[in-house]
Design a protein around this ligand. Structure first.
Ligand code: MSK
Length: 663
């Protein structure tokens, strides 16, 4: 049954998105927003009650029907559906890491001349975790062995993943006791798919245990490797200053959007966009230059390292094309909508696929070849430039916000403790004293069934008001960037008194941008360091912290939620219907059941106010369990008032420049 058509104001809270949704209505263009209004979700699938694992079905377990043709129970079917989603998400992140390992190997062996080791320190650190000897060896030799060791983690024959030892000792023991320590990355994904094939594992609890092991192979395996290898090849992020939202598109330049998740080609495009020959070619076509901007997590990768502006998050990919100002949208892997093709055909935009894994019917394909990556990047930019003279009417909303991203765990460590005594001690102390009530990681996607960005905006603002430090990745991070929450000034305007004092003292925004989807591994590292720093218990589960994906949509988000829960975190998946709601038992197993087993729990909640209430209650419970004083905002906020007055009297640009320098 068709749903009521939402107005642009009901579909998004972002003014740039609203303006472009109005334009879509004017010109009769379809977007994911209008399609979401046309297609009501299947109520059976939405509860996890449709079994499609064999050709006797699909079996729809509704009404009187409580078993499939093979006899599968509702609990088994719901658990299998959930577990398969986790496996797909884990496979996506991890395969991303595998490709980076091959790029590092090619670079180390001299077959990929456009790639260099940009962060030797990170290489040495990664080598240490992977058991590669560093002393007295050339960098290329270390890099080669690191790449091979990383690739070895996918098909490890004996033992368990090397990175598990990065977790607190207590956490490692829980994984061993529960027999969910992942053995090899590919093995856990394959094991999950095997068990969920017809006629295999038929015990919901047992299936969900493997879902945790599979997800852990992502969080402490594939994703963590992806983060480390990316930092080695392209540099570990540190704060930069740039801008976010569709207003970063330039009316008089060739606009190229880079979209997807992998930085391997997009970093080359960034380099090629500075090539004087290409700039002259753009000018020969009447453009003033080449302007790059990002969507989704490719955006986060080049934002954090190169300061390339953000055009928007997941639900804005089609809207970017509707501006009429995008000459090319270059996509790699994950979160790419097929709906881009008909829209691009309505405009002059070249939609260019670049991964050997991803083709989209109707798009141009210009495949990344690591051996001549810069040359491919140049060809892509030439294709974009050639489209510039075909531009017709342009509609770029004048909406953009300053953003200071780049908070890798290494930079947080440095900013809190300095170069020679980097440490999480000041953060732990601030939580123990009550200046910071707790920490929330708001990560993950947008979902076209929800009002775009509404949950992210509402929840992050409420957390700040309540002295909760927020860290973000993925499209949630982009939402806050667009909203202006990721500047030091936001602390002055939005944060409660205690959090504001800390942000003032350290010079950080109250919302820290920590990267892309795979960079949720950075959050695991931060939590591990906090747990081992003393004062906040001995395990991730002891910390007053909550993880959430308040507008989740992808299977990757399910994998992230599951590995965070299996790491001891209370995780809330927000917005849309609980996908395991068809089984009360599965709903209890992943919440109360997992909390008993591993200390973390996974809940699906639609109401943002309930998400807020449960988050603050959990943080306060954890504070009490640690014997910390109850949160009392009245104790703080005196010391910073003078500084606030001074800062607010200074123009924003000057304030940003004073802290981060000119970009
Ligand atoms: S891009 S997985 S919509 S965060 Fe990483 Fe955004 Fe979610 Fe894709």
């Amino acid at each position: 049954m068709a749903k009521k058509r939402r107005s642009p104001q009901e579909a998004s809270r972002d003014p740039a998105a609203i303006a472009l949704l109005e334009r879509a209505e004017q010109i009769g263009a379809a977007t994911c927003f209008s399609r979401a209004d046309q297609i009501a979700p299947c109520p059976i699938g939405a509860q996890g009650l449709c079994c499609r694992h064999c050709a006797m079905g699909p079996c729809r377990l509704v009404g009187e029907v409580d078993r499939g043709i093979c006899g599968a129970s509702i609990d088994t079917v719901v658990a299998r559906n959930f577990a398969r989603g986790v496996a797909a998400g884990a496979a996506s992140h991890s395969d991303h890491a595998r490709d980076l390992a091959y790029t590092l190997l090619a670079a180390a062996e001299g077959h990929a001349p456009d790639y260099k080791i940009r962060d030797q320190y990170k290489l040495f650190e990664t080598a240490r975790w992977l058991g590669v000897r560093v002393a007295d060896r050339p960098v290329e030799e270390i890099a080669r062995e690191v790449a091979l060791a990383a690739l070895g983690e996918f098909g490890r024959i004996h033992g368990e993943l090397a990175y598990l030892k990065r977790a607190p000792a207590k956490r490692q023991k829980i994984w061993h006791d529960q027999r969910i320590a992942p053995r090899a990355i590919d093995r856990e994904v394959v094991d999950m798919l095997h068990r969920t094939h017809a006629g295999n594992d038929q015990d919901a609890e047992h299936l969900l245990d493997q879902a945790m092991r599979c997800a852990l192979a992502d969080g402490w395996g594939g994703s963590m490797l992806a983060t480390d290898l990316t930092d080695i090849l392209f540099g570990t992020p540190a704060p930069v200053r740039t801008e976010a939202n569709l207003g970063v598109l330039q009316p008089d330049m060739v606009n190229v959007i880079i979209h997807g998740h992998e930085p391997t080609l997009s970093e080359m495009i960034v380099a090629a966009a500075q090539d004087p020959e290409l700039l002259a070619y753009a000018q020969s076509k009447g453009a003033k230059g080449i302007n790059l901007a990002g969507i989704c997590c490719t955006a986060n990768e080049v934002l954090m390292r190169e300061g390339i502006p953000l055009a928007g998050n997941f639900l804005q990919q089609e809207l970017a094309i509707l501006t009429g100002a995008v000459e090319a949208m270059v996509v790699d892997v994950q979160c790419i909508m097929e709906g881009l093709v008909p829209l691009a055909q309505q405009f002059h935009t070249a939609l260019i696929t670049t991964s050997p894994k991803v083709r989209v019917a109707g798009a141009l394909h210009m495949e990344l070849d690591e051996h001549r990556a810069l040359e491919v990047a140049r060809q892509i930019l030439r294709t974009a430039i050639d489209r510039f003279p075909q531009r017709r009417e342009v509609f770029i909303p004048d909406v953009r916000s300053p953003v200071v991203p780049g908070f890798s765990h290494e930079y947080i460590d440095y900013s809190l403790g300095g170069l020679y005594r980097g440490s999480f001690r000041p953060l732990n102390d601030a939580i123990m004293a009550g200046r910071i009530r707790g920490v929330v990681a708001d990560i993950g996607c947008n979902n076209a069934r929800l009002c775009h960005d509404e949950n992210h905006y509402y929840l992050v603002a409420e957390f700040l008001k309540n002295d909760v430090l927020v860290v973000q990745t993925g499209c949630g991070a982009i939402a806050s960037a667009k909203r202006g929450y990721m500047t030091p000034e936001a602390a002055l305007e939005l944060a409660g008194p205690g959090l504001r004092e800390v942000c003032e003292a350290v010079g950080i925004p109250p919302v820290l941008h920590m990267g892309s989807c795979v960079d949720n591994s950075r959050i695991l590292t931060v939590l591990s360091q906090m747990a081992t720093e003393t004062g906040l218990g001995e395990d991730i589960a002891d910390i007053p912290a909550v993880g959430m994906a308040s507008e989740w949509m992808s299977e990757k988000a399910l994998a992230i939620g599951t590995y965070c829960a299996a790491s001891g975190v209370y995780v809330i998946m927000g917005g849309v219907r609980n996908p395991v709601s068809g089984s009360q038992r599965v709903t209890e197993l992943i919440s109360d059941g997992w909390e008993k087993k591993v200390g973390g729990r996974l809940e699906f909640l639609e109401d943002p106010q309930e998400i807020l209430r449960r988050t603050l209650a959990h943080i306060d419970r954890k504070r009490a369990a640690l014997g910390l004083e109850p949160y009392n905002p009245a104790r703080w906020g005196k010391s910073g008032d003078w500084v606030i007055g001074q800062l607010l009297a200074t123009p924003l640009e000057e304030r940003l420049e004073a802290v981060y320098g000119r970009r």
